[in-house]
Design a binder for this molecule. Structure first.
Ligand SMILES: [Zn+2]
Length: 391
């Protein structure tokens, strides 16, 4: 009986999270949403959102931190001119987590010890550090299974490219980014293979992105936490995701998610729990002729104010220039590495003369956790994206 009660309250929680995230999505400006092309072809996208949940309950126990949409990732070659300004990976769940990190930085920057904050509190250290308050938890909503390992069993024919159907043997070199690293596969190639790291899916003949799939990135956060390197420095204790909410996951799907997320990693204590919700996301693909939207978006909620951005090719919509040209001033999103590093240096001015990557290299404990996760996911070695520093 007690177990049933817990289940039903978790189902209600999942439903409430999905309703809140979809509710915020519906208020986005139309430029941030998939459109119908003049030819009548309909675009689709994926929606994600990060929420904080107050365990003490009450009517307003779910607060949205960020919502994001997107199904795109930049080719590695595009990152050459980035200087921290381009978003490498615009899959909705990754953008939403970047958004939540910017929200946390903003809360900390404006933190007033006299008034406190809803869900974070400061300690007495000098310099001051923060914690998520005891009765708060974090959840991620995604309108679909994350790409990569956790969703390989559920690819339907319409979401595969032709090359995804090719019968591939383990010694066929073209499925690998680097043939010496047989535990990292390109996109959906050799899709029968389980428990491997995959790069973000894309056409085989397009410029390769080296961003890892959302299954891989989200799994790793069970070890390294959802805090980016900047918040990791500012928080006393890392913050982990308690739940991932996805519409229409049956028991079989839940087992596959758990295999991909729990069995691939030595994550004691921070295993994410998958919750099912019923309300489908209305701008997902509904017809095989629908095409993925090139526009991505992010909306952040800080106390009573919110800001939203449409994102195109990794930068704010309207700022795009060809790869051969330099980037335009102010093209960067508020969730870019560049913008987050700027915010962080306002909070901790002593890092003003340091570069972002130099700062990151000094984070011994976080780097150790990330290396542990990478070694577990890909024992043959890791293949990183291009270096993208902010000076
Ligand atoms: Zn993805």
């Amino acid at each position: 009986m007690a177990k049933l009660l817990i289940m039903s309250s978790k189902n209600e929680l999942a439903e409430e999270i999905s309703n809140k995230v979809i509710g915020e999505y519906s208020k986005l400006k139309s430029v941030c949403k998939p459109a119908t092309r003049p030819t009548g072809i309909k675009e689709w996208t994926i929606l994600a959102g990060v929420v904080v949940i107050n365990r003490s309950g009450g009517a307003n126990n779910v607060e949205v931190l960020s919502v994001a949409t997107g199904v795109k990732a930049l080719p590695d070659s595009e990152l050459q001119r980035s200087g921290g300004k381009l978003l490498h990976d615009c899959h909705a769940e990754i953008l939403a987590l970047r958004g939540a990190n910017t929200v946390l930085l903003k809360h900390i920057k404006d933190y007033d010890p006299a008034n406190g904050s809803d869900f974070i509190e400061s300690n007495n250290e000098i310099p001051i550090r923060f914690n998520l308050k005891d009765d708060w938890e974090l959840a991620l909503y995604i309108s679909r299974l994350p790409c990569g390992d956790a969703s390989m069993d559920f690819l339907n024919d319409s979401c595969k490219n032709n090359e995804d159907f090719i019968k591939i043997e383990d010694n066929d070199a073209f499925q690998y980014v680097d043939p010496k690293v047989k535990t990292i596969l390109r996109g959906r190639l050799n899709f029968h293979k389980k428990s491997v790291v995959r790069t973000k899916p894309g056409r085989y003949d397009s410029n390769i992105t080296l961003s890892k799939s959302c299954s891989d990135k989200l799994s790793m956060k069970q070890i390294s936490s959802i805090l980016n390197s900047l918040n990791y420095e500012l928080f006393e204790q890392p913050v982990y995701l308690k739940y991932i909410v996805i519409p229409d996951i049956e028991d079989k799907t839940k087992h596959i998610l758990e295999r991909s997320f729990h069995n691939r990693l030595p994550c004691d204590g921070h295993k994410v729990e998958f919750l099912n919700c019923h309300t489908p996301f209305y701008d997902d693909r509904t017809d095989e002729n629908d095409i993925p939207s090139s526009m991505c978006s992010i909306k952040l909620f800080v106390n009573d104010s919110s800001t939203e951005e449409a994102i195109f090719n990794g930068m704010k919509n309207g700022f795009y220039t060809k790869s051969s040209k330099p980037l335009r001033k102010h093209c960067q999103s508020q969730v870019s590495r560049f913008a987050q590093w700027e915010l962080f240096r306002q909070i901790r001015p002593k890092h003003k003369s340091m570069s972002y990557l130099h700062f990151k290299s000094q984070q011994k404990e976080r780097n150790r956790l990330i290396t542990t996760a990478k070694n577990a996911l890909s024992p043959d070695g890791w293949i990183s994206t291009r270096i993208d520093d902010v000076s």
